[in-house]
Write a protein that binds this ligand. Structure first.
Ligand SMILES: Cc1cc2nc3c(=O)[nH]c(=O)nc-3n(C[C@H](O)[C@H](O)[C@H](O)COP(=O)(O)O)c2cc1C
Length: 263
């Protein structure tokens, strides 16, 4: 008989929108329209997420420094514990996802959730238009749909009950989260004061009265403002950052493919 899952809820953090697109593909494959909780912005996180009994949960986050960003980790950690099937997903910028998926998997297991599928997908890198350019692309979206369909089929059969997928990647203890992605954000003269950066900042780091002013202590360097500014007015004016990015891009131009893990 498999599990009777009548509802699906997706909860994800996605400052530059790639994680959101992967979740959408997976939901399509599951043939379920999830209750959608995009918890990128502070009001959504403040409202919280009420989980129903027995529903399928999709938890998804970008990868920062081979780990879960503290913001998504802490939010997911506050979700209600209990036995429920979960699909764990990370999205990374064509470099590596290292321990991030294992960290999400462990977080789920610690809450009593049953991981019925786990996956790492690729999204265009937050700081680049070259690394993972335009991803997820149609091939990734199709892979996400097929993954969703496989999860659905697995859940409908008895033999997967109680089994969780083995992840082929990640180590405990996890790699250290970088102390801080500590490059100062600048604003060029192109800024038209449209407040797009203010609206899209997940941590309210911009001064509403003057979006050129950013609270560097709050900034998590998610790049939402860089990618979403219609004038391209946000930039990181730091030679170390440019050097780091140049070598990162040079060594990660090969196309990485999504990986999925099923019980
Ligand atoms: C602070 C920061 C750290 C990142 N670290 C990694 C990393 O370790 N490996 C990688 O491949 N991509 C890394 N990325 C890229 C993102 O994981 C990737 O672009 C992802 O698709 C962004 O998701 P989003 O569009 O939902 O925000 C990083 C991005 C940021 C902003």
């Amino acid at each position: 008989m498999g599990r009777q899952v009548i509802q699906c809820t997706s909860v994800y953090f996605s400052p530059t929108g790639t994680t959101r697109r992967v979740v959408k593909g997976i939901s399509q494959g599951l043939s379920m329209r999830p209750r959608d909780f995009d918890v990128t912005l502070p009001p959504a996180r403040d409202r919280g997420v009420n989980l129903e009994r027995d529903e399928l949960l999709i938890l998804a986050s970008p990868v920062y420094g081979g780990r879960l960003p503290p913001l998504s980790r802490d939010f997911f950690n506050r979700l209600a514990p209990g036995k429920r099937p979960v699909v764990a997903v990370v999205v990374y910028g064509n470099r590596d996802y290292e321990d991030a998926l294992l960290e999400l998997y462990d977080l789920c297991v610690a809450k009593g959730y049953e991981v019925v599928g786990a996956a790492a997908f690729i999204g265009e890198h937050s700081y680049s238009h070259v690394m993972g350019k335009n991803r997820p692309d149609p091939a990734d979206e199709e892979r996400a749909r097929r993954f969703g369909l496989s999860v659905r089929q697995t859940m409908l059969t008895d033999n997967s009950l109680g089994e969780q997928p083995l992840l082929a990647k990640g180590r405990r203890p996890y790699r250290a989260y970088p102390d801080k992605f500590a490059f100062a954000l600048s604003t060029s003269k192109r800024c038209a004061n449209c407040l797009s950066c203010v609206r899209h900042c997940p941590v309210g780091a911009f001064d509403k009265g003057d979006p050129r002013r950013v609270n560097q202590k709050k900034c998590i360097m998610c790049a939402a403002c860089l990618k979403l500014c219609p004038e391209g007015a946000k930039f990181i004016d730091d030679p170390d950052f440019r050097d780091d990015m140049a070598s990162l891009v040079a060594s990660n131009l090969d196309r990485k493919e999504p990986v999925v893990f099923l019980p």
